[in-house]
Unconditional design. Structure first.
Ligand SMILES: O=C(O)CCC(=O)C(=O)O
Ligand SMILES: [Fe+2]
Length: 489
């Protein structure tokens, strides 16, 4: 959805003592500008100060662009004003949440290989589980890297086959996202304001009936304006904490709240510039989606194989909506996180005209993927080691420039005792090989090279580089976590 307007409140200034942000100004100083790998020949991100996906026009006016580097050093994750393959892998995962998450989806088990990979994903304290991998029937796709003839030939030519180290995840759901009383309180505000349709009070008039013909029809407001400050603050904090811990994103866009009654919908669209991850937190009044008092209302997201349709085309198979679109229900207190580059929308709601019975969601984007340290190692002390250590990675990634797009976020553990990197986990991976890949394949053929498996190449380069970094030992002897996002435009 386009953010045509935004309301700002100052970013909260209280900081988590153990969390330090490099901040965007600092990123330029640290030369981490190469975080964004652009297509060959285009300018490098950061050359003119932009170090993250482009925000919407309204965002650049008042958001990231105004961020002060020095002040942001100690700032905790924050809200910004910033307004989704060729990958043949996709997954719905359910992540651990503060209040005993429940897994409601039970799609087919993943293949052993994918499951093994996913078990190492999710990093940090989160307990990310891969619940769904593409169904071979629904998304027929040929993977040369598991074709025994290809593997045999490569082996004969002594060409190593790189393994993917993570599974791409384009949709994540977290049930019971907020502590139950907090979710109930938010819902309670909405219910109380609509309780008596004849009562007239200022809060009734906070809503915008948003109708863009053939595209969006819904009723929306800004959550920061709608909710009492304290309640809004806790909501924002919960989303910021999740974004930082699970996605390496240190900010969120202003939170929209929208309700959908009969006829409301969002037609397919893509939110490419708004941030690497979209979120939808449902306040729809039922935890059992089948008990809702309307039909429709699911988030619908085009399946990866559809975006690669001809490559996977099978003349013997027809397809219906369920094979083309993933429909994600929004039961009460479910957080859905998805890759907003994928064409997506909201299925038309039918059956109720009462706001209290309709679909109600809080939504926006996680933004500002940026490196940050959590622990005793000071960013300033790590600067030189980080810059020098990353040089070979940027050189290696030049090779995939323009051939891959998406976000890869790793978190490493830095030993407090000797500054070595002892462990790496993957927080998020939305990397997708782009069709330029065909051109690269042709080039490789002409040069008698074998084009590597690009996602795997990136994973391996990032892992090898990060695991090889060496930092100064931290005084306190305690370990430090470095969260490290790489955005490929
Ligand atoms: O409400 C949803 O499920 C999706 C929202 C969305 O795509 C948007 O606001 O751009
Ligand atoms: Fe959207």
């Amino acid at each position: 959805m386009q953010q045509s307007c935004s309301l700002r409140r100052p970013a909260p200034e209280t900081s988590r003592s153990s969390t330090r942000s490099l901040g965007h100004q600092r990123i330029q100083n640290y030369k981490l500008i190469s975080l964004i790998c652009r297509a060959k020949g285009s300018r490098k991100a950061g050359a003119d100060g932009e170090a993250a996906p482009a925000p919407s026009p309204s965002a650049s006016a008042s958001g990231r662009g105004t961020r002060d580097g020095s002040a942001s050093q100690q700032r905790k994750p924050r809200r910004t004003d910033a307004e989704p393959t060729s990958s043949t892998t996709a997954a719905i995962a359910v992540t651990g949440a503060p209040s005993a998450p429940t897994v409601t989806a039970s799609p087919p088990a993943p293949t052993p290989a994918k499951a093994a990979v996913a078990a190492t994903g999710g990093g940090g304290d989160s307990q990310q589980q891969l619940l769904w991998a593409p169904d071979a029937d629904a998304s027929p796709s040929y993977d040369p890297w598991s074709d025994p003839r290809v593997l045999e030939e490569l082996e004969a030519r002594e060409i190593p086959v790189l393994e993917e180290l993570t599974t791409a995840q384009h949709v994540i759901t977290v049930d019971n996202f907020l502590p139950a009383p907090q979710a109930a309180e938010l819902r309670g505000v909405f219910d109380s304001r609509f309780a008596d349709p004849r009562a007239c009070h200022p809060e009734r008039f906070l809503w915008d009936y948003w109708h863009v013909p053939d595209q969006y029809t819904l009723v929306r407001t800004q959550a920061a304006v709608y909710f009492p400050d304290e309640l809004y603050g806790r909501l924002e904090e919960a989303l910021l904490s999740y974004g930082e811990a699970a996605l390496g994103c240190r900010a969120i866009s202003p939170i929209w709240m929208s309700y959908y009654v009969d006829g409301c919908l969002q037609e397919l669209h893509c939110d490419n510039p708004h941030g690497p991850f979209a979120f939808v937190l449902s306040l729809t009044p039922t935890t059992d989606w089948s008990q809702r008092e309307f039909v429709g209302g699911e988030t619908m997201i085009l399946q990866p194989h559809v975006l690669n349709y001809w490559r996977n085309y099978d003349p013997r198979k027809g397809m219906e909506l369920q094979h083309l679109v993933t429909r994600v229900p929004s039961p009460f207190n479910r957080l859905t996180v998805f890759d907003p580059r994928f064409p997506h929308g909201v299925r038309e709601v039918r059956g109720t005209r009462d706001p209290r019975k309709g679909r109600l969601v809080l939504h926006g984007w996680f933004t500002e993927p940026a490196p940050f340290f959590d622990g005793p190692l000071e960013a300033a002390d790590a600067e030189v080691a980080l810059n020098e250590g990353l040089e070979p990675l940027w050189e290696a990634l030049e090779a995939v420039s323009g051939l891959i797009t998406g976000t890869l976020i790793a978190r490493v553990n830095i030993s407090g005792a000797d500054g070595s990197v002892t462990d790496l986990s993957w927080l998020a991976d939305t990397l997708v090989e782009v069709p330029n890949h065909d051109r690269a394949a042709a080039d490789a053929m002409l040069e008698e090279r074998v084009l590597p498996r690009l996602r795997a190449l990136v994973h391996n380069e990032v892992r090898d580089c990060l695991m090889g970094l060496s930092f100064p030992a931290a005084g306190a002897g305690r370990d430090t976590k470095l969260t490290f996002p790489i955005v490929f435009e």
